[in-house]
Ligand binder design. Structure first.
Ligand code: FAD
Ligand code: NAG
Length: 450
């Protein structure tokens, strides 16, 4: 066979499947990287469109459970990400958090919440950079805000951007965050233009978030326990997590997220900016009367930001035909299980496994969306619900704890212990189960009957 024939044979192959990803957050970048890694035969033509003029990360630390770490290993990210960890993750028993009741002058150690496996703390920028390094930079287009899209019978999906430009694709994946344009399009396509899931709702909770430097905390409160152990501080209507994060140069930072709840505002619309600067007084006022070691953290938190925590009313479906959503676009959840990014990564992982499967073709895209939805919708919505319950438990708002009053230093220890037991149960899925089972089921469903 001559060279010419070979070339002809190659060009006569099935045309590439055009995949458009909207959004370069953790979800979009994880999908882009996973597709590049799995698509050995170059079957996919992948493009990512991001509205910002460059890829930046907002937010601070990010917690990763063993379930997510296993996916990182599968994608080969355990090595680069391992550089940011002070010790090699293993499957031994570790303290996920020390649980303390802190809304009183002298806090109470409730229990060490243990898991088999490590809960890992990263700087968000480090995770995004790691994903970026495994992508083709030519496939990323910044300054492209998707404004609308329509499906055509012949030419696939037409995408329209705010700069007047447009693009075409066969599969559209909205990883465009909590205010997703793709989610709205999907709901409208399904005849659900008045769905309660169209726009995010407020959980009633405000989070104060920031990173603090080891030296500052050491000076303020020598030997502070969060320099070595993650701690969850609980109290009526308020709780906080704090954990050490290793950054690039080996510097230890402490990530703090402090939550102030207002259950009467749950599921109401909100008009505040998604993130805004706040004064230190505002935070200190919110936690007046809390134990000194917790107050010390707040005193070091000089550049915290205020985040109203929004979530979604659970969606019935994450995909239909050629249109898919994942990450916060599909299941924005309160951060009380530290799982929003982990779930975005699971969406990306399963979708990449399906799209890169040797049997995946354009004609089978609707089947892929059915499988993706069957696997990811129940899981995503389950984690969303568990995150809400976890927040209620941490703030003595869950059923059975309504009578605990703010600052009550005499709650029977049994009752506190019960909080710890219930929290452990809620979190078990993050380390007792793996996403591999979901992948197997997805691939079985996809190849069944083919
Ligand atoms: C206080 C707090 C603590 C958290 N802690 C954790 C944790 O410990 N562990 C964890 O797993 N998760 C945590 N999360 C959740 C996690 O941050 C999110 O779930 C995750 O970042 C969602 O990623 P995403 O890619 O889906 O969305 P996003 O990060 O929101 O990314 C969406 C991207 O899409 C772009 N975009 C939006 N609209 C358009 C458009 N129309 N066209 C083009 N581009 C667009 C945006 O610019 C953005 O870059 C926390 C969240 C909060 C608020
Ligand atoms: C961790 O695994 C060991 C050995 O299987 C077991 O004895 C222990 O109870 C497990 N720890 C937790 C927190 O489940």
């Amino acid at each position: 066979m001559s060279m010419n024939n070979t070339v002809e044979l190659e060009t006569a192959q099935e045309p590439q499947i055009r995949v458009a990803i909207i959004g370069a957050g953790i979800g979009g970048l994880a999908l882009l990287a996973a597709l590049h890694i799995f698509d050995q035969n170059n079957k996919l033509d992948i493009n990512l469109y991001e509205s910002a003029h460059q890829i930046t990360e907002i937010g601070a630390g990010i917690g990763m459970w063993p379930r997510t770490w296993n996916i990182m290993k599968e994608l080969g990210f355990d090595e680069p990400l391992g550089n940011f960890l002070s010790s090699i993750p293993d499957n031994n028993e570790h303290i996920a958090w020390q649980l303390r009741k802190a809304d009183q002058p002298e806090g109470i150690h409730i229990q060490n919440l243990k898991i088999n496996g490590s809960i890992l703390g990263f700087h968000r920028a480090d995770v995004q950079q790691t994903f970026l390094q495994r992508t083709n930079p030519n496939s990323i287009h910044v300054n492209k805000r998707l404004t609308s899209f329509e499906e055509t019978p012949q030419e696939g999906i037409h995408l329209h951007f705010n700069d007047g430009s447009s693009a075409k694709c066969d599969i559209l994946v909205g990883m465009d965050g909590i205010n997703s344009v793709v989610r709205k399009g999907l709901l409208i396509k399904q005849g659900l233009s008045t769905s309660a899931s169209l726009d995010p709702v407020w959980t009633g909770t405000i989070a104060y978030r920031g990173l603090i430097e080891q030296a500052g905390l050491e000076a303020m409160f020598p030997g502070h326990r969060v320099l070595t152990t993650p701690v969850m501080y609980v109290g009526k209507l308020r709780h906080a997590i704090a954990y050490p994060v290793q950054h690039e140069d080996g510097k230890v930072l402490v990530n703090v997220a402090a939550f102030v709840g207002n259950p009467s505002k749950e599921n109401t619309p909100y008009s505040e900016a998604p993130v805004s600067p706040c004064t230190q007084e505002e935070i200190l006022d919110a936690y007046a009367g809390w134990e000194p070691e917790f107050q010390a953290l707040l005193q070091c938190l000089s550049q915290a930001k205020r985040w109203p925590i929004a979530d979604l009313i659970p969606l019935d479906s994450y995909a239909s035909g050629q249109i898919f959503i994942g990450g916060d676009a599909a299941h924005a959840m309160p951060p009380h299980q530290g799982s929003g990014a982990g779930q975005a990564i699971e969406d990306a992982y399963i979708l990449a496994k399906l799209l890169s499967h040797p049997k995946a073709t354009k004609v089978l895209i609707p089947k892929i969306s059915e499988v993706y939805n069957s696997i990811r919708q129940p899981r995503g919505n389950r984690v969303l619900a568990a995150s809400i319950r976890t927040g209620l438990l941490c703030e003595f708002l869950a059923p059975g704890f309504e009578h605990v009053r703010e600052g009550d230093a005499h709650v029977p220890f049994d009752k506190l212990h019960e909080v710890a037991e219930l929290l452990s149960k809620e979190l078990e899925w993050t380390w007792k189960e793996s996403a591999e089972g979901d992948v197997e089921r997805a691939l079985e469903m996809f190849t069944g009957g083919l």
